[in-house]
Design a protein around this ligand. Structure first.
Ligand code: ATP
Length: 408
């Protein structure tokens, strides 16, 4: 009988360090001579890098796509299938295995893991309690670089994090529209594979939407149409911020109306900008500061810093922050101008329980205290987030159809 383990960590822990401590035998000396497999975003990124460099696919997805061109969920499934097909591991380290996966895939993976748990030791690294595998009851946390048995009582839930009201924009530079976004019978295929089928979706000012659907159902594809990034948008009947698609509008005409956040963005910022300059750069539509902000812009950025309780660390490097706090700064950066639409693509991916609650509190505050409409894309219901409407993509042979699920 294997002794399986959960390591419940916060975002402050270094995953790379933790995984190294596991595989080297530092934490569990009996693992040192054994052969292990690692299921982690770090491994997926390494395969994508190899793919890009050698133009050869070591792993293919169920749709026979490269990892690079696949959705997050497809990538995770492909890596897990790859690891399980080799069947050579004494132990398996699972790093946030359920992020980005739809409910059905999660339940399939849980069954597979239960099956292999008879012969393979499972070490699950989790940042959310809801992800704990039911068949594991030995749970550790990491304190001062050492494993400690998990004490549920010690970890308290945060109380309200944002006391001040939401900073207001200094001028309204956006027109009002009947619909911010209007998609009318939008259908789209990639290489003859139908993805979207007759999608009609209208979004008005101040509405708070959640967009859900299983992996590969086309959620990111819809976002790329709305943000003007998808070249296939030119063939569609869409009106974005009062502009009918294909009538001479530029991508920038569309983008200036949108604040965008995706957890993928965390990979994009590599330079040493300060926390304050990251927020101010939201006015200048750049990453980093290439021109001087006005006094009013600085004043508003500082109001956001105060709201986020980060005023005292404003001059520190953005990279000094935990991944949870980086997200708050990037949301402030997206919101300084109060754009008509804020898009949040799987925003709580990789967050720990405490940071997910704080993040949700900020989003609810934005929904309540601004006129910005929100599209919140996720597979899973975040317990602290309450959208007004849910739009669901349902995959079918001719591409996904859309369904309005509920109204508050
Ligand atoms: N540039 C592309 N070329 C070929 N196929 C693509 C391309 N972009 C997306 N696809 C495919 O289109 C389908 C829909 O992808 P999309 O990323 O929109 O799904 P999703 O609902 O966001 O998935 P997930 O929840 O897993 O992120 C997937 O099967 C994906 O592999």
């Amino acid at each position: 009988m294997q002794n399986h383990i959960i390591i419940y960590i916060s975002n402050k822990e270094s995953k790379t360090h933790l995984i190294k401590n596991i595989t080297s035998g530092e934490f569990f000396p009996e693992l040192a001579p054994q052969k292990g497999a690692i299921f982690s975003e770090i491994t997926i990124n390494r395969f994508i890098e190899q793919e890009t460099r050698h133009e050869r696919f070591s792993i293919k997805t169920e749709t026979n796509n490269s990892l690079k061109n696949s959705s997050e969920g497809e990538r995770k499934r492909a890596l897990l299938n790859h690891i399980l097909s080799r069947d050579v591991s004494d132990y398996l380290v699972l790093d946030n295995v359920f992020d980005c996966l739809d409910v059905e895939t999660q339940s399939k993976i849980k069954t597979i893991l239960k099956d292999i748990s008879h012969k393979t030791k499972i070490i699950q690294i989790a940042t959310r309690k809801r992800d704990f595998l039911a068949f594991i009851d030995t749970i550790y946390t990491v304190e001062n670089n050492n494993l400690q048995l998990y004490d549920n009582v010690k970890l308290s839930n945060p109380t309200s994090h944002f006391v001040k009201t939401l900073p207001q924009p200094y001028k309204t530079e956006f027109k009002t529209f009947q619909y911010l976004v209007s998609l009318n019978n939008v259908s789209l295929s990639y290489k003859n594979k139908p993805i979207l089928n007759n999608i009609s979706w209208q979004i008005k000012s101040k509405e708070f939407w959640q967009l859900i659907g299983p992996n590969g159902s086309g959620k990111s594809t819809i976002l790329s149409l709305i943000s003007g990034d998808n070249p296939k948008g030119y063939m569609q009947d869409m009106t974005l911020f009062g502009m009918k698609k294909g009538t001479g509008e530029t991508v920038w005409d569309i983008k200036k109306h949108i604040g965008f956040y995706s957890s993928e963005m965390l990979r994009g910022f590599k330079r040493k900008d300060t926390i304050e300059s990251m927020i101010v750069s939201g006015f200048l539509d750049s990453i980093g500061l290439y021109s001087y902000p006005t006094d009013v812009q600085l004043k508003i950025a500082r109001e956001w810093l105060e709201l986020l309780n980060m005023h005292h660390i404003k001059d520190k490097s953005f990279h000094f922050l935990s991944s949870g706090h980086k997200r708050l700064v990037l949301i402030a950066r997206a919101m300084v101008k109060h754009p008509p639409l804020l898009i949040l693509d799987e925003p709580t991916n990789g967050l720990d329980d405490t940071d997910a609650q704080i993040f949700s509190e900020l989003i609810n505050k934005i929904a309540k205290e601004s006129n910005t409409a929100i599209i919140y894309v996720s597979h899973r219901k975040e317990p602290h987030i309450n959208p007004d409407f849910v739009y669901e993509l349902i995959p079918q042979a001719k591409g996904s159809i859309g369904k309005l699920l509920n109204e508050k």
